[in-house]
Design a protein around this ligand. Structure first.
Ligand code: MG
Length: 251
């Protein structure tokens, strides 16, 4: 599948989808507190998405049973919200959500501290977030896609962590997952040349220990092999001739 270049009107819808998602992420983060269940967080996110005139992209996507992927501590991504999973003081909570606005999607993830977290856990959250910004310094028309991948990995490895290899970022638009795939680690080649109008979901998944992951028996939840922490940070961006426009943060 070719990488699509979005038209002005498509970009307008994606901007709106991104803005809604930024508001949804802000709302969910406010409720990350000891004692709340991940099921309740999912409902808060879904309700906010619908209130803002959109629908949750992840609900039933490939059969996923909820609106928000919620992945606590050693969970990397694709955690299924549950009434039995109650957040504890010191947890780190990755909230990954997608918004469909008039047929166009945005996708973003944040890792949020629950109560008081250890300095080590906070450092993992901060390095993961910053690795996204290090990567997108290269996200400009004319540059090559895998320059983003290399910049993310270099920053993460320099801080003593590793980038998950089994899961990658992706193009996004009328489908949640479009070409190209965007690895978060150095590739042998430089990849496709970026062009204005491409829309990408760049999403480093960073492990405290080794990069190896496995999938739990629920066939969804991805966890670190070594049981150490993992964090996730993602935004939907628009490639331009200058700096990329980050569609899923509040401006
Ligand atoms: Mg994504």
């Amino acid at each position: 599948m070719a990488v699509t270049i979005k038209s002005k009107s498509e970009i307008e819808k994606m901007r709106k989808a991104g803005h809604i998602l930024a508001l949804v992420q802000e709302e969910m983060a406010k409720h990350v507190k000891p004692g709340i269940s991940t099921w309740e967080l999912d409902k808060i996110g879904e309700q906010k998405i619908r209130e803002l005139g959109a629908t949750p992209s992840f609900l039933h996507l490939y059969g996923f049973p909820a609106s928000i992927c919620i992945s606590v501590n050693d969970r990397v991504v694709h955690g299924i919200p549950s009434k039995q999973e109650i957040l504890q003081d010191g947890d780190i909570v990755s909230l990954d959500a997608g918004v469909n606005y008039q047929g166009y999607h945005s996708d973003a993830a944040r890792t949020v501290p629950c109560g008081t977290v250890s300095a080590e856990a906070q450092r993992l959250i901060d390095v993961t977030r910053q690795s996204f910004f290090e990567g997108i310094r290269f996200a400009t028309a004319g540059n090559h896609l895998y320059d983003i991948s290399a910049a993310i990995e270099d920053y993460v490895v320099a801080h003593g962590y590793s980038c998950v290899r089994d899961l990658v970022g992706h193009g996004i638009g009328s489908q949640v997952h479009e070409d190209p795939q965007i690895p978060n680690f150095r590739q042998k080649r430089r990849g496709i040349r970026l062009a204005a109008g491409m829309t990408l979901a760049v999403e480093p998944m960073v492990n405290e220990g080794r990069y190896d992951v496995c999938v739990l028996d629920d066939d969804w939840t991805v966890v670190t092999d070594d049981g150490l922490l993992s964090a996730h940070y993602e935004n939907t961006i628009l490639i331009t001739d200058g700096e990329p426009e980050i569609l899923s943060i509040l401006k």
